[in-house]
Design a protein around this ligand. Structure first.
Ligand code: PMP
Length: 298
């Protein structure tokens, strides 16, 4: 069932203040991060040895920890230093950082405060989300039957270790022969994809679901909104229906791992003429240029 995964044994992983090889990077079975998915994380890119949009990711990480009442044993500055050490230790030029804070070991009840300090770790590895062909021709996606978590139950704004909601929708995508799926919110409006935000272009207007539709406020999403502003594209952050998706001229997804990837088919309907459109291509170029700059935008 599925592809065999073998972790790279040669990684240097930062775990609770120490740099250890893959084989020694272990968290115990009493971790509440593991037992209950009680924890938070970030996925961050490294381009040209530089942590990309570091501040925006750290702000979100700290905000997520605050939302789940987790006291981090390290300051933001210490974590950034540790991420830079991990990038160096692995000799990474272009890669991906996974920063995790998992609620520490505790009793077999969910009580989050009867635990020891959270385990914090940083993995820096290579990443290849989708095939190069998808970035040229676009990817096909579906709408999942699984709706996004109700924001009043578990806010999608919190980047928590609880990804089962997204994973169930991802399984639907895989079963349909796709790699991404659109998730609707509890009201039936478009929220986001399983691990990416979603944009459409309709009659020259760039549109994306507003954060109150119940989605993770993506760093890449915010960058795209900045590029659009600079290019003076009209932008709407609003309620978007599934039918709006079928009428779109262009569509793309955004995420740290995926970057910007065009969508050429949704629920068996071609998007526009079935090829990545001009606004999508321009924003992809703007994103690429930004990954090469040495200044953060957010
Ligand atoms: N939505 C979800 C559910 C995600 O997990 C992610 C991150 N992979 C995104 C959107 C995109 O956010 P970002 O651009 O900050 O990576």
């Amino acid at each position: 069932m599925g592809d065999e995964y073998v972790p790279n044994p040669n990684l240097k992983i930062w775990l609770n203040g120490k740099m250890v090889p893959t084989a020694e990077a272990k968290v115990g079975v009493f971790s509440h991060g593991l037992l209950y998915g009680d924890g938070v994380f970030e996925g961050i890119r490294v381009y040209n040895k530089r942590i990309f949009e570091c501040r925006a990711h750290m702000d979100r990480f700290i905000a997520s920890a605050k939302a789940i009442r987790m006291q981090l044993p390290w300051t933001a500055e210490q974590i950034v230093a540790a991420m830079n050490d991990t990038v160096k230790a692995n000799g990474t030029t272009d890669g991906y950082i996974r920063l995790v804070a998992a609620r520490g070991a505790g009793s077999l009840g969910i009580h989050p405060f009867r635990t020891v300090a959270p385990d914090v770790f940083i993995i820096c590895d290579k990443i290849a989300m989708y095939d190069a062909e998808m970035y040229e021709k676009g990817m096909k996606i579906i709408t999942a039957a699984t709706i996004r978590n109700h924001p009043a139950a578990l806010s999608p704004q919190i980047k928590s270790l609880n990804y089962l909601n997204n994973i169930l929708a991802k399984i639907e995508a895989i079963d349909a022969g796709c790699l991404e799926a659109v998730m609707l919110n509890h009201e039936g409006y478009v929220a986001e994809c399983t691990g990416d935000n979603l944009f459409i272009v309709t009659r020259g207007r760039l549109q994306t679901p507003a954060t109150h539709s119940g989605l993770l406020g993506g760093v890449t999403r915010r960058l795209v909104l900045r590029f659009a502003e600079k290019r003076q594209y009209p932008v709407d952050e609003k309620i978007i229906t599934r039918t709006d998706l079928y009428y779109a001229d262009e569509m793309f997804i955004t995420g740290t791992g995926a970057e910007i990837c065009p969508v050429n088919e949704i629920d068996k309907r071609p998007v526009g003429d079935g090829k990545p459109g001009p606004i999508t291509k321009q924003l992809m170029a703007d994103f690429k240029a930004h990954t090469r700059s040495s200044e953060d935008l957010l």
